[in-house]
Design a protein around this ligand. Structure first.
Ligand SMILES: Cc1ncc(COP(=O)(O)O)c(C=O)c1O
Length: 399
Protein backbone atom coordinates (compact mmCIF):
# COMPACT_ATOMS: atom_id res chain seq x y z
CA UNK A 1 0.00 0.00 0.00
CA UNK A 2 1.29 3.42 -0.85
CA UNK A 3 1.38 5.99 1.87
CA UNK A 4 -0.10 9.16 0.39
CA UNK A 5 1.52 12.17 1.96
CA UNK A 6 2.09 15.53 0.31
CA UNK A 7 5.73 16.36 -0.28
CA UNK A 8 5.37 19.50 1.76
CA UNK A 9 7.22 20.27 4.94
CA UNK A 10 5.54 19.03 8.09
CA UNK A 11 4.17 21.80 10.30
CA UNK A 12 4.51 21.52 14.08
CA UNK A 13 3.20 24.08 16.66
CA UNK A 14 5.85 26.33 18.23
CA UNK A 15 5.69 27.30 21.93
CA UNK A 16 4.28 30.73 20.99
CA UNK A 17 1.44 29.05 19.14
CA UNK A 18 2.70 29.74 15.60
CA UNK A 19 3.63 26.95 13.24
CA UNK A 20 7.25 26.10 12.53
CA UNK A 21 8.21 23.83 9.69
CA UNK A 22 10.49 21.01 10.60
CA UNK A 23 12.04 18.14 8.75
CA UNK A 24 11.65 14.94 10.78
CA UNK A 25 14.39 12.28 10.97
CA UNK A 26 16.85 14.44 9.12
CA UNK A 27 20.33 13.12 8.98
CA UNK A 28 23.41 14.70 7.51
CA UNK A 29 24.62 11.35 6.27
CA UNK A 30 21.78 10.14 4.11
CA UNK A 31 18.12 10.22 3.32
CA UNK A 32 16.24 6.99 3.97
CA UNK A 33 13.82 5.06 1.79
CA UNK A 34 11.64 4.43 4.84
CA UNK A 35 11.02 8.22 5.02
CA UNK A 36 9.76 8.38 1.41
CA UNK A 37 6.70 10.53 0.91
CA UNK A 38 4.38 10.28 -2.07
CA UNK A 39 2.36 12.73 -4.11
CA UNK A 40 0.94 10.75 -6.97
CA UNK A 41 -0.53 12.16 -10.14
CA UNK A 42 -4.25 12.07 -10.69
CA UNK A 43 -3.64 12.53 -14.44
CA UNK A 44 -1.46 9.65 -15.64
CA UNK A 45 -0.15 10.20 -19.16
CA UNK A 46 -0.93 7.76 -21.96
CA UNK A 47 1.85 5.20 -22.36
CA UNK A 48 3.57 4.90 -25.73
CA UNK A 49 1.55 2.53 -27.93
CA UNK A 50 4.66 0.67 -29.01
CA UNK A 51 7.58 1.02 -26.57
CA UNK A 52 9.81 -0.80 -29.05
CA UNK A 53 9.56 2.32 -31.21
CA UNK A 54 10.58 4.71 -28.41
CA UNK A 55 13.75 6.62 -29.28
CA UNK A 56 16.20 7.06 -26.38
CA UNK A 57 15.01 9.77 -23.98
CA UNK A 58 11.87 10.72 -25.91
CA UNK A 59 9.20 9.64 -23.37
CA UNK A 60 9.09 10.05 -19.59
CA UNK A 61 6.98 8.31 -16.97
CA UNK A 62 4.47 9.97 -14.64
CA UNK A 63 6.67 10.38 -11.57
CA UNK A 64 10.12 11.38 -10.40
CA UNK A 65 12.12 10.91 -7.23
CA UNK A 66 13.42 14.08 -5.63
CA UNK A 67 15.43 14.85 -2.51
CA UNK A 68 17.11 18.08 -1.52
CA UNK A 69 20.29 18.64 0.46
CA UNK A 70 21.81 21.69 2.03
CA UNK A 71 24.92 22.25 4.08
CA UNK A 72 23.05 23.36 7.18
CA UNK A 73 20.37 20.69 7.40
CA UNK A 74 21.79 17.78 5.46
CA UNK A 75 19.49 15.59 3.37
CA UNK A 76 15.76 16.28 3.32
CA UNK A 77 12.91 13.84 2.96
CA UNK A 78 12.88 11.86 -0.29
CA UNK A 79 9.71 12.30 -2.28
CA UNK A 80 8.04 10.60 -5.24
CA UNK A 81 5.97 13.18 -7.08
CA UNK A 82 4.64 13.93 -10.56
CA UNK A 83 7.42 14.62 -13.09
CA UNK A 84 7.74 18.38 -13.17
CA UNK A 85 9.99 21.21 -14.34
CA UNK A 86 12.67 22.54 -12.02
CA UNK A 87 12.69 26.18 -11.06
CA UNK A 88 16.19 27.49 -10.35
CA UNK A 89 17.85 30.88 -9.97
CA UNK A 90 19.79 31.83 -13.13
CA UNK A 91 23.04 31.96 -11.10
CA UNK A 92 22.68 28.33 -9.97
CA UNK A 93 26.01 26.50 -9.99
CA UNK A 94 24.83 23.67 -12.25
CA UNK A 95 24.32 26.18 -15.10
CA UNK A 96 27.68 27.93 -14.79
CA UNK A 97 30.20 25.38 -13.60
CA UNK A 98 28.48 22.16 -14.67
CA UNK A 99 28.24 20.85 -11.11
CA UNK A 100 26.26 17.82 -12.18
CA UNK A 101 26.54 14.05 -12.20
CA UNK A 102 24.32 11.28 -13.42
CA UNK A 103 23.90 7.56 -13.83
CA UNK A 104 22.38 5.35 -16.48
CA UNK A 105 20.76 2.03 -15.66
CA UNK A 106 17.78 -0.03 -16.79
CA UNK A 107 14.79 -2.00 -15.49
CA UNK A 108 13.49 -4.95 -17.49
CA UNK A 109 10.23 -6.90 -17.53
CA UNK A 110 11.51 -10.45 -17.25
CA UNK A 111 10.18 -13.64 -18.81
CA UNK A 112 9.32 -14.90 -15.31
CA UNK A 113 7.10 -11.82 -14.81
CA UNK A 114 9.33 -9.71 -12.56
CA UNK A 115 10.66 -6.21 -12.95
CA UNK A 116 14.38 -6.35 -12.41
CA UNK A 117 17.43 -4.12 -12.67
CA UNK A 118 20.88 -5.24 -13.72
CA UNK A 119 23.60 -4.90 -11.01
CA UNK A 120 22.18 -1.58 -9.77
CA UNK A 121 24.50 -1.37 -6.75
CA UNK A 122 27.38 -0.92 -9.23
CA UNK A 123 25.68 2.26 -10.45
CA UNK A 124 25.11 3.40 -6.88
CA UNK A 125 28.81 2.97 -6.11
CA UNK A 126 29.81 4.89 -9.23
CA UNK A 127 27.32 7.65 -8.42
CA UNK A 128 28.79 7.92 -4.93
CA UNK A 129 32.28 8.34 -6.43
CA UNK A 130 31.00 10.97 -8.86
CA UNK A 131 29.45 12.84 -5.91
CA UNK A 132 32.76 12.84 -4.05
CA UNK A 133 34.60 14.07 -7.16
CA UNK A 134 32.06 16.89 -7.64
CA UNK A 135 32.05 17.96 -3.99
CA UNK A 136 28.36 17.12 -3.93
CA UNK A 137 26.88 15.34 -0.91
CA UNK A 138 27.31 11.60 -0.54
CA UNK A 139 24.54 9.26 0.56
CA UNK A 140 23.82 5.71 1.61
CA UNK A 141 23.97 3.75 -1.64
CA UNK A 142 21.48 1.10 -0.54
CA UNK A 143 18.98 3.76 0.57
CA UNK A 144 19.21 5.47 -2.83
CA UNK A 145 18.70 2.15 -4.60
CA UNK A 146 15.65 1.47 -2.42
CA UNK A 147 14.21 4.90 -3.29
CA UNK A 148 14.81 4.33 -7.02
CA UNK A 149 13.32 0.82 -6.80
CA UNK A 150 10.25 2.35 -5.19
CA UNK A 151 9.95 4.90 -8.02
CA UNK A 152 10.13 2.05 -10.56
CA UNK A 153 7.51 0.17 -8.53
CA UNK A 154 5.20 3.22 -8.59
CA UNK A 155 5.65 3.61 -12.37
CA UNK A 156 5.79 -0.14 -13.06
CA UNK A 157 3.12 0.06 -15.78
CA UNK A 158 5.66 2.01 -17.82
CA UNK A 159 8.17 -0.84 -17.89
CA UNK A 160 7.75 -2.22 -21.43
CA UNK A 161 6.27 -5.73 -21.49
CA UNK A 162 8.72 -6.67 -24.18
CA UNK A 163 12.10 -8.33 -24.40
CA UNK A 164 13.08 -5.75 -26.99
CA UNK A 165 12.56 -2.67 -24.80
CA UNK A 166 13.28 -1.53 -21.25
CA UNK A 167 12.88 1.33 -18.79
CA UNK A 168 15.91 3.60 -18.72
CA UNK A 169 16.64 5.03 -15.26
CA UNK A 170 18.46 8.35 -14.98
CA UNK A 171 19.49 9.32 -11.42
CA UNK A 172 20.98 12.83 -11.42
CA UNK A 173 22.48 15.22 -8.87
CA UNK A 174 23.00 18.94 -9.42
CA UNK A 175 24.56 21.78 -7.43
CA UNK A 176 21.77 24.26 -6.70
CA UNK A 177 23.79 27.00 -5.01
CA UNK A 178 22.50 30.32 -6.44
CA UNK A 179 25.97 31.87 -6.57
CA UNK A 180 28.51 32.69 -9.28
CA UNK A 181 31.44 31.88 -6.96
CA UNK A 182 33.57 29.05 -8.33
CA UNK A 183 33.22 26.98 -5.20
CA UNK A 184 31.60 23.93 -3.66
CA UNK A 185 27.82 24.03 -3.91
CA UNK A 186 26.23 24.38 -0.48
CA UNK A 187 22.96 22.99 -1.71
CA UNK A 188 22.04 20.19 -4.06
CA UNK A 189 19.13 18.35 -5.61
CA UNK A 190 19.15 14.64 -6.27
CA UNK A 191 16.44 13.41 -8.60
CA UNK A 192 15.64 10.43 -10.76
CA UNK A 193 13.54 10.24 -13.91
CA UNK A 194 12.47 7.21 -15.95
CA UNK A 195 12.11 6.75 -19.68
CA UNK A 196 10.83 3.75 -21.67
CA UNK A 197 13.28 2.94 -24.47
CA UNK A 198 13.22 0.70 -27.50
CA UNK A 199 15.98 -1.67 -28.55
CA UNK A 200 19.39 -0.27 -29.41
CA UNK A 201 19.58 -2.65 -32.36
CA UNK A 202 16.26 -2.24 -34.16
CA UNK A 203 16.70 -5.32 -36.33
CA UNK A 204 17.40 -7.48 -33.29
CA UNK A 205 20.81 -8.42 -34.63
CA UNK A 206 24.07 -6.77 -33.64
CA UNK A 207 24.53 -4.01 -36.20
CA UNK A 208 28.17 -2.98 -36.64
CA UNK A 209 29.29 0.66 -36.44
CA UNK A 210 32.09 2.64 -38.06
CA UNK A 211 34.40 4.90 -36.04
CA UNK A 212 36.34 8.08 -36.60
CA UNK A 213 39.64 8.04 -34.66
CA UNK A 214 41.21 11.48 -34.78
CA UNK A 215 44.22 11.85 -32.44
CA UNK A 216 43.62 15.63 -32.38
CA UNK A 217 40.91 15.08 -29.79
CA UNK A 218 40.87 13.37 -26.41
CA UNK A 219 37.91 12.64 -24.14
CA UNK A 220 39.78 12.65 -20.82
CA UNK A 221 43.30 12.99 -19.45
CA UNK A 222 45.30 11.57 -16.56
CA UNK A 223 44.47 13.53 -13.43
CA UNK A 224 41.17 14.63 -14.96
CA UNK A 225 37.64 13.45 -14.27
CA UNK A 226 37.08 10.96 -17.13
CA UNK A 227 36.50 8.09 -14.70
CA UNK A 228 33.44 9.81 -13.23
CA UNK A 229 30.01 10.17 -14.75
CA UNK A 230 29.84 13.95 -14.83
CA UNK A 231 27.86 15.88 -17.43
CA UNK A 232 30.96 18.05 -17.93
CA UNK A 233 32.71 15.06 -19.57
CA UNK A 234 30.02 14.76 -22.22
CA UNK A 235 29.21 18.31 -23.42
CA UNK A 236 32.61 18.85 -25.09
CA UNK A 237 32.40 15.51 -26.95
CA UNK A 238 29.27 16.45 -28.86
CA UNK A 239 30.95 18.58 -31.55
CA UNK A 240 33.44 15.75 -32.25
CA UNK A 241 30.59 13.23 -32.44
CA UNK A 242 28.81 15.63 -34.81
CA UNK A 243 31.97 15.88 -36.92
CA UNK A 244 32.18 12.06 -37.08
CA UNK A 245 28.55 11.87 -38.22
CA UNK A 246 29.12 14.54 -40.89
CA UNK A 247 31.94 12.39 -42.24
CA UNK A 248 29.66 9.32 -42.31
CA UNK A 249 30.80 7.58 -39.09
CA UNK A 250 28.51 6.57 -36.26
CA UNK A 251 30.85 7.03 -33.30
CA UNK A 252 34.16 8.50 -32.20
CA UNK A 253 37.01 6.23 -31.17
CA UNK A 254 38.70 8.14 -28.38
CA UNK A 255 42.49 7.92 -28.49
CA UNK A 256 44.95 9.08 -25.85
CA UNK A 257 48.65 9.77 -25.55
CA UNK A 258 51.57 9.91 -27.98
CA UNK A 259 51.13 6.21 -28.73
CA UNK A 260 47.42 6.75 -29.47
CA UNK A 261 45.87 4.34 -27.04
CA UNK A 262 42.28 3.22 -27.58
CA UNK A 263 40.28 4.32 -24.55
CA UNK A 264 36.55 4.39 -25.35
CA UNK A 265 34.10 4.18 -28.26
CA UNK A 266 31.65 7.08 -28.06
CA UNK A 267 30.00 6.52 -24.68
CA UNK A 268 31.08 2.90 -24.46
CA UNK A 269 34.09 0.99 -23.19
CA UNK A 270 36.17 -0.68 -25.88
CA UNK A 271 37.16 -4.34 -26.17
CA UNK A 272 39.51 -6.01 -28.68
CA UNK A 273 39.55 -9.77 -29.18
CA UNK A 274 42.80 -10.73 -30.90
CA UNK A 275 45.48 -13.35 -31.22
CA UNK A 276 48.33 -12.22 -29.01
CA UNK A 277 52.07 -12.52 -29.59
CA UNK A 278 52.06 -16.00 -28.02
CA UNK A 279 49.46 -17.17 -30.54
CA UNK A 280 46.69 -17.25 -27.90
CA UNK A 281 43.21 -15.74 -28.15
CA UNK A 282 43.02 -12.77 -25.81
CA UNK A 283 40.34 -10.23 -24.88
CA UNK A 284 41.87 -6.85 -24.09
CA UNK A 285 40.34 -3.66 -22.75
CA UNK A 286 41.78 -0.35 -21.52
CA UNK A 287 42.69 -0.51 -17.83
CA UNK A 288 41.14 1.71 -15.19
CA UNK A 289 44.38 2.59 -13.44
CA UNK A 290 45.03 6.06 -14.89
CA UNK A 291 41.45 7.29 -14.58
CA UNK A 292 41.06 7.78 -18.35
CA UNK A 293 37.91 5.75 -18.84
CA UNK A 294 34.55 5.28 -17.19
CA UNK A 295 34.45 2.05 -15.14
CA UNK A 296 31.49 0.57 -17.02
CA UNK A 297 29.13 -1.88 -15.35
CA UNK A 298 28.93 -3.90 -18.56
CA UNK A 299 32.74 -3.73 -18.89
CA UNK A 300 33.29 -5.27 -15.47
CA UNK A 301 30.54 -7.85 -16.12
CA UNK A 302 32.30 -8.95 -19.33
CA UNK A 303 35.61 -9.26 -17.54
CA UNK A 304 34.04 -11.35 -14.77
CA UNK A 305 32.22 -13.62 -17.23
CA UNK A 306 35.37 -14.13 -19.32
CA UNK A 307 37.25 -15.21 -16.21
CA UNK A 308 34.45 -17.70 -15.38
CA UNK A 309 34.37 -19.07 -18.93
CA UNK A 310 38.15 -19.54 -19.00
CA UNK A 311 38.05 -19.84 -22.82
CA UNK A 312 40.57 -17.14 -23.59
CA UNK A 313 43.06 -14.85 -21.85
CA UNK A 314 41.67 -11.58 -20.44
CA UNK A 315 43.81 -8.48 -20.05
CA UNK A 316 43.23 -4.94 -18.81
CA UNK A 317 46.03 -2.87 -20.27
CA UNK A 318 47.11 -0.58 -23.07
CA UNK A 319 45.95 -1.06 -26.68
CA UNK A 320 47.53 1.28 -29.23
CA UNK A 321 46.55 2.08 -32.82
CA UNK A 322 49.92 0.57 -33.84
CA UNK A 323 48.86 -2.74 -32.21
CA UNK A 324 45.60 -2.66 -34.14
CA UNK A 325 47.20 -1.85 -37.50
CA UNK A 326 49.98 -4.46 -37.13
CA UNK A 327 47.60 -7.19 -36.01
CA UNK A 328 45.14 -6.33 -38.78
CA UNK A 329 47.95 -6.83 -41.31
CA UNK A 330 48.65 -10.23 -39.76
CA UNK A 331 44.92 -11.17 -39.63
CA UNK A 332 45.11 -11.38 -35.83
CA UNK A 333 42.25 -9.00 -35.00
CA UNK A 334 39.13 -11.11 -34.52
CA UNK A 335 36.63 -8.65 -33.07
CA UNK A 336 36.41 -5.08 -31.78
CA UNK A 337 33.30 -3.98 -29.89
CA UNK A 338 32.02 -1.28 -27.56
CA UNK A 339 30.10 -2.08 -24.37
CA UNK A 340 27.56 -0.18 -22.31
CA UNK A 341 24.12 -0.22 -20.73
CA UNK A 342 22.46 1.18 -23.89
CA UNK A 343 23.47 -1.62 -26.26
CA UNK A 344 25.26 -4.26 -24.09
CA UNK A 345 27.76 -4.86 -26.93
CA UNK A 346 28.20 -2.99 -30.21
CA UNK A 347 30.41 -4.49 -32.94
CA UNK A 348 32.88 -2.28 -34.86
CA UNK A 349 33.39 -2.84 -38.59
CA UNK A 350 35.54 0.12 -39.72
CA UNK A 351 37.95 2.67 -38.25
CA UNK A 352 39.11 5.82 -40.07
CA UNK A 353 42.54 6.78 -38.72
CA UNK A 354 44.94 9.35 -40.17
CA UNK A 355 42.94 9.55 -43.39
CA UNK A 356 42.91 5.77 -43.95
CA UNK A 357 40.02 3.33 -43.52
CA UNK A 358 40.71 0.06 -41.73
CA UNK A 359 38.19 -2.74 -42.09
CA UNK A 360 37.69 -4.64 -38.84
CA UNK A 361 36.54 -8.24 -39.46
CA UNK A 362 34.28 -8.36 -36.37
CA UNK A 363 31.21 -9.54 -38.27
CA UNK A 364 33.14 -12.07 -40.38
CA UNK A 365 34.28 -13.67 -37.13
CA UNK A 366 30.76 -14.31 -35.90
CA UNK A 367 31.14 -12.06 -34.01
CA UNK A 368 31.68 -15.02 -31.69
CA UNK A 369 32.61 -13.25 -28.45
CA UNK A 370 30.32 -10.21 -28.92
CA UNK A 371 27.31 -12.47 -29.63
CA UNK A 372 28.08 -14.78 -26.73
CA UNK A 373 28.20 -11.79 -24.36
CA UNK A 374 25.07 -10.24 -25.83
CA UNK A 375 23.13 -13.45 -25.33
CA UNK A 376 24.41 -14.14 -21.84
CA UNK A 377 23.76 -10.61 -20.56
CA UNK A 378 20.35 -10.17 -22.19
CA UNK A 379 19.36 -13.63 -20.88
CA UNK A 380 20.16 -12.37 -17.36
CA UNK A 381 18.48 -8.98 -17.91
CA UNK A 382 15.24 -10.47 -19.29
CA UNK A 383 15.18 -13.30 -16.74
CA UNK A 384 15.71 -16.17 -19.18
CA UNK A 385 18.26 -17.45 -16.70
CA UNK A 386 18.44 -16.94 -12.96
CA UNK A 387 21.46 -14.91 -11.92
CA UNK A 388 22.63 -12.95 -8.88
CA UNK A 389 23.15 -9.89 -11.11
CA UNK A 390 19.38 -9.59 -11.58
CA UNK A 391 17.93 -7.37 -8.83
CA UNK A 392 14.18 -7.88 -8.45
CA UNK A 393 12.16 -4.70 -7.92
CA UNK A 394 8.66 -6.15 -8.40
CA UNK A 395 7.77 -9.83 -8.13
CA UNK A 396 4.70 -11.07 -9.95
CA UNK A 397 3.94 -8.02 -12.07
CA UNK A 398 0.23 -7.34 -12.41
CA UNK A 399 -0.92 -8.12 -15.97
C1 LIG B 1 31.93 7.38 -21.38
C2 LIG B 1 31.25 6.09 -21.11
N1 LIG B 1 31.98 4.95 -21.12
C3 LIG B 1 31.44 3.75 -20.87
C4 LIG B 1 30.09 3.63 -20.60
C5 LIG B 1 29.50 2.28 -20.31
O1 LIG B 1 29.18 2.19 -18.95
P1 LIG B 1 28.07 1.15 -18.46
O2 LIG B 1 28.55 -0.20 -18.89
O3 LIG B 1 28.05 1.30 -16.98
O4 LIG B 1 26.81 1.55 -19.11
C6 LIG B 1 29.28 4.77 -20.61
C7 LIG B 1 27.85 4.62 -20.37
O5 LIG B 1 27.24 5.19 -19.61
C8 LIG B 1 29.88 6.03 -20.84
O6 LIG B 1 29.15 7.14 -20.80
Amino acid sequence: MLQLVRCARILRPKKNGTLASIQPHRTHLSFKASDLTYRLTSHPKPKPANPEECAFGSHYTDHMLSVKWDEENGWGIPCIKPLENLSLHPATSVFHYAIELFEGMKAFHTEDNRIAMFRPMENMKRMYMSAERSCLPTFDQKELLDCISELVRVDQDWVPRSNKASLYIRPTMIGTEPSLGVQRSLSALLYCILSPVGPYFKTGTLNPVSLLADPKYIRAAEGGAGAYKLGSNYGPTISIQHEAEKQGFQQVLWLYGDNQQLTEVGTMNVFVFWINDHGDKELVTASLDRGLILPGVIRSSLLELAKQWGEFKVTEGVITMEDIILKLQENRILEIFGTGTACVVCPVERIRYMGKDYHIPTMENGPYVAKKYYKQLTDIQYGKVQHEWSHTVVDNVKK
